[in-house]
Ligand binder design. Structure first.
Ligand code: ADP
Ligand code: MG
Length: 349
């Protein structure tokens, strides 16, 4: 039996590296036809039968990308997978496999890693991807998680960042700013807790935005929806760093400009009320907040009737000639240059 010390929790040393890998990965069934060999050999073997493969990796560092004082490990595991799958969907591809690598200090008992893997398992089940490998090593400080996501697409269905044309419409899925405002609520509660650990926070009014921060969902449904509507985006990117920064990526790589209309930016009512409470500008939050994991894409104007009225999609602007630059058109109709930090409120054009 596993050794039982410090508060009934199981020390990682009692399992050894191989015992730990086996224990953490035992409940991951293989469901993809393209997975010929998953965990258990020197490498996984995949076969995509002539279709193109898309690959994306993200690294998450404790204290930089997550804070375990308010991030439950199960949520962290789930979110780490979402962050990666989001990049695959942003290529208009179908995610099929992931690998998960962890570096962990012995301050974590086995039970903590079981929680992390329970979140990873839930994500693989809901999003229908196979866990096919990874690496396990020790860390002298915090927890480090690196996930690689693999996906597949037919060559001419892949959507890059560089295909937007002047006059294309700029479209966003879902709503923005929620994850950032959820983080503000969690940070505030953390400070309150430091002063008075008996204080039980009531997060109920903030449940939508707290969930956007702790348990985001990657938009697997959007490439599926676009295929069903017969819509072919000319460029696409996922919104991890805020709307402004992602628009600038599309503009730079596609060599176009953009007009983004402030009054079109989709905001949930919870985001608007939290912004009022925290005295923050909701437009700035949507532009710079990040971690929304929505998709941002451009379409030819001819395709507009196909998406018109769809509750998942909002037209927020249109692309222009490159020399016109990227601007926010504010509610009072001024043209404000977009910057990677949101907008430059001092610049005048
Ligand atoms: P190697 O010595 O070749 O690096 P390992 O002993 O690290 O092999 O891994 C054995 C198997 O377990 C491999 O298939 C590897 O991909 C998988 N694996 C190792 N660590 C993890 C992990 N944290 N999560 C999922 N799979 C893992
Ligand atoms: Mg290894």
């Amino acid at each position: 039996m596993l050794e039982d010390k410090n508060q009934g929790k199981t020390d990682l040393e009692s399992l050894g590296e191989f015992g730990l890998i086996e224990h953490l990965t035992q409940h991951f069934p293989i469901t993809q036809k393209s997975t010929l060999k998953g965990i258990g050999d020197d490498a996984a073997v995949l076969n995509f039968k002539g279709r193109q493969t898309v690959v994306s990796t993200d690294l998450l560092i404790e204290g930089v990308h997550f804070d375990l004082s308010y991030m439950p490990l199960k949520h962290l595991g789930y979110k780490a997978v979402m962050v990666n799958l989001s990049d695959i969907y942003a290529m208009n591809a179908k995610a099929t496999q992931i690998t998960v690598s962890i570096a962990v200090s012995n301050r974590f008992p086995l039970e903590a890693l079981e929680e992390l893997y329970a979140g990873i398992a839930l994500a693989t089940k809901i999003y229908d991807v196979d866990l096919v490998g990874g690496d396990t090593t020790s860390s002298t400080t915090g927890l480090i998680i690196s996930i690689t996501a693999i996906g597949v697409a037919i060559a001419d269905e892949i959507v890059y960042r560089n295909g937007a044309k002047a006059n294309d419409l700029l479209v966003v899925s879902g709503d923005l700013g929620g994850a950032y405002m959820g983080l503000q609520v969690l940070e505030r509660e953390k400070e309150v807790f430091k002063v008075n650990p008996n204080n039980q926070p009531d997060l109920e009014p903030y449940s939508y935005i707290v969930e956007r921060q702790l348990k985001p969902e990657a938009r697997k449904d959007i490439p599926e929806l676009l295929a069903k509507l017969d819509v072919h985006p000319t460029s696409m990117i996922d919104i991890s760093d805020g709307l402004s920064s992602e628009i600038l990526h599309l503009c730079k790589q596609s060599k176009v400009g953009c007009n983004l209309f402030e009054d079109k930016i989709p905001l949930d009512p919870t985001v608007i009320s939290a912004c009022e409470e925290f005295k923050m500008d909701s437009t700035l939050v949507a532009l710079s907040g990040g971690e929304d994991y929505e998709l941002l894409f451009t379409i030819d104007q001819k395709e507009f009737p196909k998406i018109k009225g769809n509750p998942n999609l909002t037209v927020v602007g249109h692309m222009t000639a490159e020399n016109e630059g990227a601007h926010l058109i504010s509610r009072n109709n001024s043209r404000i240059p977009l910057t990677a930090q949101g907008w430059n409120s001092f610049a005048k054009t």
